[in-house]
Design a binder for this molecule. Structure first.
Ligand SMILES: [Zn+2]
Length: 370
C-alpha cells in the first residue's frame, strides 16, 4: 500500500513537473527553423517532377496574384510555409484609372515612370483603402504564413546600377497632410514654389514626415494582418543601401527609416540583387553583415533577416558558382533564412538546382556563419 502510494505520488509529481515544463515551453516565443526559401511560382520545379521539399526548401514566397488553392494544397502537402508578396505602392494601372493618385514632382508635374516602376501617391486616401481591401480579401481567402510588403517606398527606382531618384510627392494631399501633421505653414503660390520652399527651408521635417508616411502604411497593413491572421508574419522587401550610399537616398528619397521600421516589421528581406545593382557577388555577404550589425539583429531573435538574392540571368549570366556564393552570403551575419529571385531561374538550370539542393539540404540548423 505504502509502496503503491509512493509510486503514485512520484507519478503525480512527474506529471506536475512535466506539465509545468510544457507550460513554460508554451510561453516561449516560437522559434522558427532556418528559412530555406524560393521566390516565385513553384510551378517550374513541379513541372519537372521535382518536389521542393526534396531540394531542402521549406518556404515559398509567391506574388499574391499567383496564389491559388491548388498551389496551397500541394505546398502544404510538401510541408512548405507559404508567404505572399504584396505589391504595395507600385501601381501604373491604378493611376491611369485614378489620376488623383498620380505622384507629383517638385516642378508640379505628374512623375514619369521610374524604369518599370510607377509609384502611387502614398497619402491619397482612395488608394490606401483600395490596397487595404485587397490585403483583407487575400488574408481571408488563404491561410498564409505571412505577407511580404513589396514596393513600399516613395516613387523611385533602386534596382539598377544608376538609380532614378526623383523628389516627390507635392500633390495637394501630401502638401496638406505635411502641413497638418507638422504644423508648418507652407509658403508659395504654385506647387513648384511650395516644393522649392519646403526643400530649401524645411528639408529635415519633410524627410522625416515622408518616412513616417511609409511607417504608417506598414502599421496599417500589420494591423490588418494581426486581426485576420494573428500568427502570420509581416515581412518587407526593401532597398539594401547603407545609410550613406547615394547621398542617403534610401532615407531621403525612398523614405525608409530603418529605426522606425524595426519597431513594426517581423522580418526584413534586403533585396541584394548584386548583378542588377552592378555589384560584385562578395557584396551580398558584406551588405548583410552590415545590415544585421546596424539593426542589432541576431539569428535567434525578432526582427529577423531573410535576404533575397539573385539567381536570375539579367543582366548577363549568373553562373552556378556565383549563385552559391550569393546564396551563402545571404545567410551571413544575423540572417536566419534566405530566398532567391526566382524559382524559374533555378529550375531552368540543372547546375543551379544542384547548388540550391546542396546548400539547403546541408542546412539542418541556423549556421553560425558563412
Ligand atoms: Zn501625394
Amino acid at each position: 500500500m505504502a509502496k503503491e502510494f509512493k509510486f503514485s505520488l512520484r507519478y503525480i509529481l512527474l506529471i506536475l513537473v512535466f506539465g509545468l515544463e510544457l507550460l513554460s515551453c508554451a510561453q516561449k516565443p516560437v522559434e522558427l527553423d532556418v528559412i530555406k526559401g524560393v521566390y516565385g511560382n513553384p510551378k517550374p520545379f513541379w513541372e519537372k517532377g521535382i518536389n521542393l521539399s526534396d531540394l531542402g526548401v521549406n518556404a515559398i514566397f509567391v506574388h499574391s496574384g499567383s496564389i491559388n488553392r491548388e498551389m496551397m494544397k500541394r505546398a502544404r502537402a510538401e510541408g512548405l510555409k507559404v508567404f505572399a508578396e504584396f505589391a504595395t505602392l507600385n501601381g501604373k494601372n491604378y493611376i491611369v484609372k485614378h489620376p488623383e493618385a498620380w505622384a507629383i514632382n517638385e516642378k508640379g508635374r505628374k512623375v514619369e515612370a521610374a524604369g518599370w516602376f510607377m509609384g502611387v501617391c502614398p497619402t491619397e486616401p482612395g488608394f490606401r483603402k483600395y490596397r487595404a481591401d485587397q490585403l483583407k480579401s487575400l488574408l481571408q481567402k488563404y491561410d498564409l504564413d505571412g505577407v511580404w510588403l513589396d514596393y513600399i517606398h516613395w516613387h523611385a527606382q533602386f534596382e539598377e546600377p544608376e538609380p532614378i531618384l526623383p523628389e516627390t510627392c507635392f500633390c495637394d494631399h501630401c502638401l496638406k497632410k505635411f502641413s497638418d501633421d507638422t504644423g508648418i505653414e507652407i509658403q508659395g503660390g504654385t506647387i513648384s514654389e511650395k516644393a522649392q520652399w519646403i526643400l530649401n527651408n524645411k528639408d529635415n521635417s519633410w524627410r522625416s514626415w515622408r518616412s513616417r508616411v511609409i511607417v504608417d502604411w506598414v502599421v496599417e497593413m500589420k494591423n490588418i494582418l494581426r486581426e485576420i491572421r494573428p500568427d502570420a508574419l509581416l515581412g518587407l522587401y526593401h532597398c539594401p543601401w547603407t545609410d550613406e550610399e547615394f547621398d542617403s537616398a534610401r532615407y531621403r528619397i525612398l523614405g525608409l527609416n530603418y529605426d522606425l521600421l524595426k519597431e513594426n516589421v517581423d522580418v526584413f528581406s534586403p533585396m541584394v540583387y548584386h548583378a542588377r545593382m552592378g555589384r560584385k557577388p562578395a557584396w551580398v555577404k558584406e551588405n548583410i553583415e552590415w545590415f544585421c550589425e546596424r539593426m542589432e539583429i541576431q539569428k535567434k531573435s525578432y526582427p529577423k533577416v531573410w535576404p533575397i538574392v539573385q539567381a536570375h540571368n539579367s543582366p548577363g549570366v549568373i553562373p552556378a558558382e556565383e549563385f552559391e556564393m550569393v546564396l551563402k552570403g545571404g545567410l551571413s551575419g544575423g540572417s536566419s533564412g534566405v530566398m532567391m529571385f526566382t524559382t524559374y531561374a533555378v529550375a531552368e538550370d540543372d547546375a543551379k538546382t544542384e547548388v540550391l539542393k546542396k546548400v539547403y539540404i546541408g542546412l539542418r540548423e541556423i549556421p553560425a556563419d558563412y
